[in-house]
Write a protein that binds this ligand. Structure first.
Ligand code: G4P
Ligand code: NA
Ligand code: NA
Length: 189
């Protein structure tokens, strides 16, 4: 997505050789028109796949996931980050480490929102090591739903997440792939 590359070049900043700050367009402020274009692109790439729901993890995945769900005309389910330790039999829960925050969090989805008939499109804003993605994929597997594929706004292809998922047979479609952030410079693939 050329327009997105342009916006990343203009409005993001390289924090280190592995972290890109994208608060102005993804992680703190969003441009609704640009986000709707992301949704259209995901919907186009996964058309004819009989998607029944879009799924993501709160919080930064929600805008792009919402846009894709809107275009596809299906509900959006977003996994919550659980704040209590009370076990609940009605939810699927997975523990995931967080790359930028350096902590572990628990993500959960109520069993009532996933069924074995579902064909899910998993949308996320950024993929780095893929830990959050793996957690949500475990939840999807436990529910018996089908993961049709993943749509990622920004893939950092110098980190292993997307590659590992593709090797496992998951179809991963990224709108933009970043090959390197070395020397403060954004290099697209
Ligand atoms: P992954 O599963 O998405 O690959 O991510 P990983 O666990 O490696 O990283 C966890 C969090 O760090 C994710 O946000 C992810 O979006 C964010 N992250 C990873 N690399 C970058 C980066 O280069 N720039 C920015 N801005 N964020 C990055 P999260 O913890 O799920 O939080 P939220 O943003 O959804 O609230
Ligand atoms: Na994030
Ligand atoms: Na995210």
């Amino acid at each position: 997505m050329e327009k997105l590359k342009q916006r990343i070049l203009e409005e993001s900043s390289v924090l280190s050789s592995d972290v890109l700050r994208m608060d102005a367009i993804i992680n703190h402020q969003v441009d609704p028109a640009l986000t709707m274009e992301m949704g259209q692109e995901f919907a186009k790439r996964f058309a004819e796949q009989s998607i029944t729901k879009v799924i993501t993890v709160e919080s930064s995945g929600i805008p792009a996931a919402f846009a894709a769900a809107y275009v596809l005309g299906v509900p959006l389910v977003f996994a919550r980050r659980k704040k209590t330790l009370i076990a609940d039999p009605d939810v699927y829960m997975e523990r995931v480490p967080s790359f930028t925050k350096g902590i572990v969090t628990d993500i959960m989805v109520s069993k009532q929102f996933l069924s074995s008939d579902d064909r899910l499109l998993f949308i996320d804003d950024i993929i780095a090591n893929g830990d959050a993605a793996r957690g949500l994929i475990k939840i999807i597997e436990r529910s018996g739903a089908t993961l049709v594929g993943m749509g990622i706004v920004v893939e950092k292809s110098f980190q292993a997440g997307a590659r590992t998922l593709r090797e496992q047979g998951v179809r991963v479609e990224s709108l933009v792939k970043i090959a390197s952030l070395d020397n403060g410079e954004i290099k697209f693939e």
